[in-house]
Design a protein around this ligand. Structure first.
Ligand SMILES: [Fe+2]
Length: 334
């Protein structure tokens, strides 16, 4: 029976080879024949599953063609057609990713068998790729669900922290995209930002909700939240370098921060970046112990402490984006 879903290309500069391959394969698969690799490459939109190609052709060498195909469509299986005794090229083809080779003059069974085995392998690869994709999707959903569960846990204890975490993670993603942080890193930073104050779960509510100034003892307790948060989240693998945000977001560029008193570039980049965003949000939000600043005033405050609390070059990099956001009205909508 003809397999309509499977498409086979035959690439050979000899018309007679093209025709005999077509005759052998046409009852089982839709077959497209090409005189040269360039023609086949131009028709890749036909989505071939299997390509039979001659090793030696006038325009492009079959091995070069194989490399191109494997780069563009790595899952397409390629069977080389070779003239005896061209075994060194055949070996090189196998090393470069060809599935198999057939030797001219070939018989019907030899071609059909090679096609069947190549397509069987392709189906297996496609199936495992699909399974891996499904697994990654399931893991991603799981990450999101876990993050949300933890955010709700923080919210139950301290709703300001939950809202503050949402705003800072949103701002971090917006700024991160503008300064060219790749999405693969940004997703970890975003999750970590959403959970950066999770350690406050371990701090007594009366301290978190204190309206007046804190005693030195209470201040020390508060300062434990980055480490508590880090300990809570360390077993998770999905935050990766985002964990630095959790542990180091209260470090200060001049070494006066906590928990480790790291200085300058010893503070990991995501934490140096997030510290600016964290402070921006904190000082533009009304709290029971102080009134909020406007976005413009907050940007000025951040500039004042560049090189002290914050990495000066990062402040210089971020300020134009903050100003743009302020102009757009985005900051007041956060
Ligand atoms: Fe914090």
């Amino acid at each position: 029976m003809r397999n309509k879903k499977t498409t086979v290309f035959v690439v050979d500069d000899e018309k007679s080879v093209q025709e005999s391959m077509r005759m052998i394969l046409k009852d089982k698969y839709p077959v497209f024949t090409f005189n040269c690799p360039e023609e086949a490459l131009a028709d890749l939109s036909l989505e071939p599953d299997l390509i039979f190609t001659d090793i030696r052709m006038f325009s492009m060498n079959g091995l070069e063609f194989l490399e191109k195909i494997k780069k563009i469509k790595p899952q397409v299986e390629v069977v080389m057609i070779t003239a005896y005794p061209d075994f060194s090229s055949s070996l090189q083809a196998l090393r470069s990713g060809a599935f198999d080779y057939i030797v001219k003059p070939f018989g019907k069974d030899q071609v059909l068998e090679a096609a069947e085995r190549a397509l069987q392998k392709r189906n297996q690869v496609m199936e495992s790729t699909r399974l891996i994709k499904d697994l990654h999707e399931a893991i991603d959903l799981n990450y999101e669900a876990t993050t949300q569960a933890l955010v709700l846990a923080v919210d139950a204890k301290d709703s300001y922290t939950a809202e503050h975490s949402r705003r800072t993670s949103e701002l971090l993603v917006r700024i991160g995209k503008r300064i060219g942080i790749p999405d693969s890193k940004l997703i970890n930073y975003k999750r970590a930002a959403e959970l950066h104050d999770i350690g406050k779960i371990g701090i007594e509510e009366r301290i978190l909700r204190r309206k007046g100034s804190l005693s030195p003892f209470e201040l020390e307790k508060i300062k434990q939240h980055p480490l508590i948060g880090y300990q809570i989240l360390r077993p998770t693998i999905f935050l990766k370098e985002g964990l630095d945000i959790v542990l180091y977001h209260h470090e200060s560029y001049d070494g006066r921060g906590y928990p480790e008193g790291l200085k300058g570039k010893k503070i990991p980049f995501p934490a140096r970046l997030f510290a600016i965003i964290d402070t921006y949000d904190a000082i533009t939000t009304e709290r029971c112990y102080r009134s909020k600043l406007s976005p413009g005033e907050a940007i000025e405050e951040i500039i004042k402490v560049k090189g002290k609390q914050f990495d000066f070059s990062l402040v210089d990099l971020l300020v134009p984006h903050f100003l743009k956001f302020e102009k757009d009205g985005y900051l007041s909508r956060l």
